[in-house]
Design a protein around this ligand. Structure first.
Ligand code: MG
Length: 397
């Protein structure tokens, strides 16, 4: 039996993790839950999974949460705010913390979990991207495991089982190509939010679905792979694979290439991040290669999708630059989702923010430096947006 905490229990990752817990109650127990403002669902989860502690990030939601479970005979400890979420992250009885909070907001609770000696099932890539230089030494210091739950990184991690130290030569990340993979580049300026939210293969949250449409998700995953597996950026490649059946590949020193395959279903990488090094037998649909049909591959279009190169550049610069890139991306995606900017403005804003702040990069940042860089990048993103807006350069939907 593995006892877990879930950060972001009402989101896409959280609900899919709880599906696994519900399906395999002899294997997993969800003992601690933290969520944002979806109190109705959190209350439902508390009734179903009976955690010992639960928290909402929003202090003002505390009365609503208390009222929603007032009739329970054995209610969990209920907390609120950033400190409440951190308490869930470090809850003494849990072994592994699933980090399903979207974006940079997942950073501090993840650090709280690491410092409390918990293994991390990493579904929140932004944590590692923004703060790799801070998170990795902490992982080492506290002797905990960082188990990737991102499908590509899970694939790489699965392929690496049994590969000796130093055996990894190259990583090949597969990308579906996102919502606009078949749309001509000149049409991208007029796409709407609803179009960008239609992912062809994967069912995910809004932010990551937009990141998939811009291919920033793949760029962020390159940085994530660099920190997780220690390869130089020159040895991490991206290939477009529209069917999303091969979830990524590794090349080893003798040029042999290993791949992990499966239907595009986030539960699979989530399950492995929780069961590793064991394999749990499931009754999920088995892969049928004849049914999946042709598997095709092509070079990513770097002109059409500038976010990939912006991510490689920030990754190579290192230090605080990935945090700056990530913050600018989060702000730009939020502006796009609010229909304040057009789709092509997302990379424009990110590029300007990275340019403007690159001279202030610190190569060996402490957590305070990352937090400061994140804050400054968010302010600069909004500033850049206002400037471009007043110059009338931005396409407004
Ligand atoms: Mg992924």
């Amino acid at each position: 039996m593995k006892v877990i905490s879930i950060l972001g229990s009402t989101g896409s990752i959280g609900t899919q993790t709880l599906d696994i817990v519900a399906q395999y109650p002899d294997q997993f127990q969800a003992i601690a839950l933290a969520a944002g403002n979806n109190i109705e669902l959190l209350a439902k989860q508390i009734r179903q999974f009976k955690p010992e502690i639960a928290a909402t990030y929003y202090e003002e939601k505390l009365p609503e949460l208390r009222a929603a479970i007032a009739d329970l005979e054995n209610p969990p400890i209920i907390l609120a705010g950033a400190e409440g979420v951190a308490e869930v992250a470090r809850y003494s009885k849990s072994q592994t913390v699933v980090t399903g909070i979207v974006g940079y907001a997942g950073l501090l609770p993840t650090i709280a979990a690491i410092e409390a000696g918990k293994d991390i099932a990493l579904a929140n890539k932004e944590t590692l991207i923004a703060a790799g230089p801070v998170v990795l030494p902490l992982i080492e210091k506290h002797g905990v495991k960082l188990l990737p739950a991102d499908s590509e990184h899970s694939a790489i991690f699965q392929c690496l089982q049994g590969v000796p130290e130093g055996g990894l030569r190259r990583i090949i990340l597969t990308a579906s190509g996102g919502a606009f993979r078949d749309l001509p580049a000149e049409k991208l300026s007029t796409v709407k939010v609803a179009d960008a939210l239609k992912h062809p293969n994967w069912s995910m949250g809004q932010k990551i679905t937009i990141d998939s449409a811009t291919l920033m998700n793949k760029g962020l995953e390159v940085i994530e792979a660099h920190y997780l597996f220690g390869l130089d950026y020159d040895r991490i490649d991206i290939v477009i694979h529209p069917q999303s059946i091969i979830h990524s590949l590794i090349e080893v020193q003798d040029t042999s290439v290993l791949a992990q395959l499966g239907w595009p279903d986030m539960r699979l990488p989530l399950l492995y991040s929780l069961s590793w090094p064991e394999r749990i037998r499931t009754d999920w649909e088995q892969l049928d290669l004849v049914k999946s049909g042709n598997l095709t591959f092509k070079e990513p279009d770097r002109q059409k999708y500038p976010c990939m190169e912006l991510a490689y550049a920030a990754g190579r610069a290192g230090g605080c630059m990935p945090a700056i890139l990530n913050a600018a991306n989060e702000e730009a995606v939020a502006l796009f989702l609010a229909e304040k900017i057009g789709f092509l403005d997302i990379p424009r804003i990110i590029e300007k923010v990275c340019d403007r702040l690159s001279s202030q990069n610190k190569t060996n940042p402490a957590l305070e430096d990352i937090v400061a860089a994140d804050r400054q990048a968010r302010q600069t993103s909004l500033q850049v947006n206002r400037e471009l807006d007043s110059q009338g350069q931005l396409f407004c939907v």
